[in-house]
Design a binder for this molecule. Sequence first.
Ligand SMILES: Cc1ncc(COP(=O)(O)O)c(C=O)c1O
Length: 461
Amino acid sequence: MSFPSSTAELRALDAAHHLHPFSDTKSLNAEGARVIVKAEGVWLTDSEGNRILDGMSGLWCVNVGYGRQEIVEAVRAQMSELPYYNTFFKTTHKPAIELATRLAELTPPQFSRVFFTGSGSESNDTVIRLVRRYFDIKEQPHKKIIISRRNAYHGSTVGAASLGGMAPMHAQGDLPIPGIVHIAQPYFWGEARQGETPEEFGLRTAKALESTIDALGEDRIAAFIAEPIQGAGGVIIPPATYWPEIARICRERDILFISDEVICGFGRTGKWFGCETFGTQPDILVMAKGITSGYMPLGGVMVADRVADVLIEHGGDFNHGYTYSGHPAACAAALANLDIMQSEGLVERVANDAGPYLAARWRALAEHPLVGEAPMMGLVGALELTPDKAGRTRFPDVGQVGTLARDFSFKNGLVMRAVRDRLIIAPPLTISHGEIDELVARARKTLDDTWGELSRRGWVR
Ligand SMILES: Cc1ncc(COP(=O)(O)O)c(C=O)c1O
């Protein structure tokens, strides 16, 4: 008997047997999940034959677009040669060696070594253990605290969710774990004071790092972790003054700087890594997602030589690792993915072609009465929805209007995601000019539809 394939049957089985991540299972089961059956380039097809423009690259990961046979073939070849072997206990294999070597070339010069993981969350858990071991070895065992930011996202495991600053996640399961402190985020639209300029706000927010180090004591602070642009927090692009000030503080204080590049890495901001776009010099660089364009699960932690040398010279096992650390088929997918990115010049394309082309059209959406700001950097951007542009006010019951707009967007054949009342996009780096025009037209229609519905309800005038 073949497996059922009608949308109704698939939805019923999904509801009966599948618990979805970040979902309200009760309402999802009542509504029925959208079943995606195939994808090509930037286009998804669902089980009812609808073609949908994937403005989110899956979950910010399908950088080279769907259907790349070079990656499929590389994985197939690796699977038939060596489908699995681990990298524990004095063993290694060619795909892991080749990928580690390639990453050392691609990342900023302070990095020559990588620790492989299976995801961004595993990478950030690795970071907590690695940072603590580093300071133990340096005989500074009191340096344990990692400073992060409110509304940051660093993953879903206990450690990574603790590093993250998502209040709804902390509310479930007694998080954060001890030793993690959260400071303000550089979200100008949402958190600036009346009359404050973006430059003043960027500086003030960055200085919160310094005052927190002073308040808690530099001898207790191990590290500061941050995404170059907060992704899941709503694509928060900091004011221009923010990163230089953070870089100064990290340079002057005896703390490590961890750049979580799970979204910004591999071209998203127009350089290989977000830290290069913003001019910071991390000691640890966290990666996942775009490393394989999501074709296989893989993550990694690049460790700067000044840190890795201490760990290595000291000797002794690092008692940490995953069954799939450096999985050969995932490494093969990453290598084929990086080949595509390099041979097609995708990072340069984001900086000089697709990025500026989209940004010009996207920013024009800021003229819509519903839009407060329309930031875009590289190929990642947002639309802040507001009932009152001038006053930077929010809708009551935050999140309702965002969800309404997100649902309109789906109906209009465009995947955008909603964070609070902020719509976000991060399309594949391969998106053509014609597809960008289509994306912006669908986003505009979504704004019009949402405005129409809000007018009907009397929520805007
Ligand atoms: C910045 C950042 N770090 C870490 C993660 C967690 O990655 P994963 O879902 O692969 O565990 C994410 C996922 O969205 C992310 O955006």
